[in-house]
Design a protein around this ligand. Structure first.
Ligand code: COA
Length: 232
C-alpha cells in the first residue's frame, strides 16, 4: 500500500508548481511499482484536504509561462487518471478547485463529516484545468456539475454523499482508518483482477456498450489465460 500525502498545511495544501512537479514524480513511481497494489491519497492539517490552486503561484505568472504550465499540468492529470492501481482518497475540510479534481482522479472517495466541496474557478475568471469539467459531470451528472461550476454551489459532505461524489462519510477521527480498511480489502485480492476490473470500468466509460463489452471480454479472457482457463 502506498500513501500520497499533500503536505502544505500552512497554506491549506493549495496546489502549486512545486506540488505539481512532486506529484508527477510520485505518481510515475507508483504507476511503475509492481509492489504497490493500492494507493491512499490524503492531505495533512486540520482545515483542508486541498483548498485549490495556489492563487499566488498560478494566477500571477505571465501568460506564455501559464500556457506551458497548463500543458504540463494536463500531463499530470492524464498520468493521474492512467494509474492502474486503485486509489482511495481520504478528504476532509476544504476540498476546493483542484482539491475536488484530485479527489475525482481517485477511484473511491471517503470524506470526513467536516468536508466542504466547491469549484470557485469561474468566479475567479478561470476554469478548472485539472480535468474537473470532464470528471465531475461523469461523477454526479451534468446539471449538478454545472451548478457547482457555474454558480459556485458548495456541498456539505452529506450532500456530496447523496450525489455520489463520495462513497462514505465518516467522523473525522475515523477518516484514515476507514480509507485504510477499504484499501486493505482491495489489497487482499488478486492484483491482476483488481487492475483489470478498474480498467474495464474506466476505459468502458468512454466506449459504446458493445465496445465496452468487448473490452470486458478481452480483460476477462486475459485473466483466465493466466489461470489455466478457469471460468468466473
Ligand atoms: N492560494 C494561496 N494561498 C491560499 C489559498 C490559495 N488558493 N487559500 C488559502 N491560502 C492561504 C491563505 O493565504 C492563508 O495564508 P496566511 O496564513 O499566510 O495568510 C492560509 O492559506 C490559510 O487560509 P485562510 O484564508 O486564513 O483560512 P480560512 O479558514 O480563513 O479560509 C478558505 C479558508 C478556504 C475559505 C479561504 O482560504 C479561501 O477562500 N481560499 C481560496 C480558495 C480558492 O479560491 N481556491 C482557488 C480555487 S482555483
Amino acid at each position: 500500500m502506498a500513501y500520497v500525502t499533500l503536505n502544505r498545511p500552512q497554506a491549506l495544501n493549495v496546489y502549486n508548481i512545486q506540488m505539481r512537479d512532486d506529484l508527477y514524480q510520485v505518481l510515475s513511481a507508483v504507476k511503475d511499482d509492481p509492489e504497490v497494489n493500492v494507493v491512499i491519497f490524503k492531505g495533512v492539517g486540520e482545515k483542508a484536504f486541498c483548498a485549490g490552486a495556489d492563487l499566488s503561484d498560478f494566477l500571477s505568472a505571465p501568460s506564455p509561462i501559464v500556457a506551458r504550465q497548463v500543458r504540463f499540468g494536463r500531463d499530470v492529470w492524464s498520468l493521474f487518471l492512467s494509474i492502474p492501481q486503485p486509489i482511495v482518497a481520504a478528504v476532509h475540510g476544504y476540498v476546493l478547485g483542484s482539491g475536488i479534481e484530485m479527489a475525482l482522479c481517485c477511484d473511491i472517495r471517503i470524506a470526513s463529516e467536516d468536508a466542504k466541496f466547491g469549484l470557485p474557478e469561474v468566479g475567479l475568471g478561470i476554469i478548472p484545468a485539472a480535468g474537473g469539467t470532464q470528471t465531475l459531470p461523469r461523477a454526479i451528472g451534468v446539471a449538478r456539475a454545472l451548478e457547482m461550476l457555474l454558480a459556485n454551489r458548495r456541498l456539505s459532505s452529506e450532500e456530496a454523499h447523496s450525489m455520489g461524489l463520495v462513497n462514505q462519510v465518516v467522523p473525522k477521527n475515523k477518516l484514515l482508518e476507514t480509507a485504510e480498511e477499504v484499501a486493505r480489502k482491495i489489497a487482499s485480492f488478486d492484483p491482476r483482477a483488481v487492475r483489470n476490473a478498474k480498467q474495464a470500468v474506466l476505459r468502458g466509460l468512454n466506449l459504446s456498450l458493445s465496445e465496452g463489452l468487448d473490452l470486458e471480454r478481452r480483460l476477462a479472457a486475459g485473466l483466465r489465460g493466466g489461470r489455466g482457463g478457469r471460468q468466473g
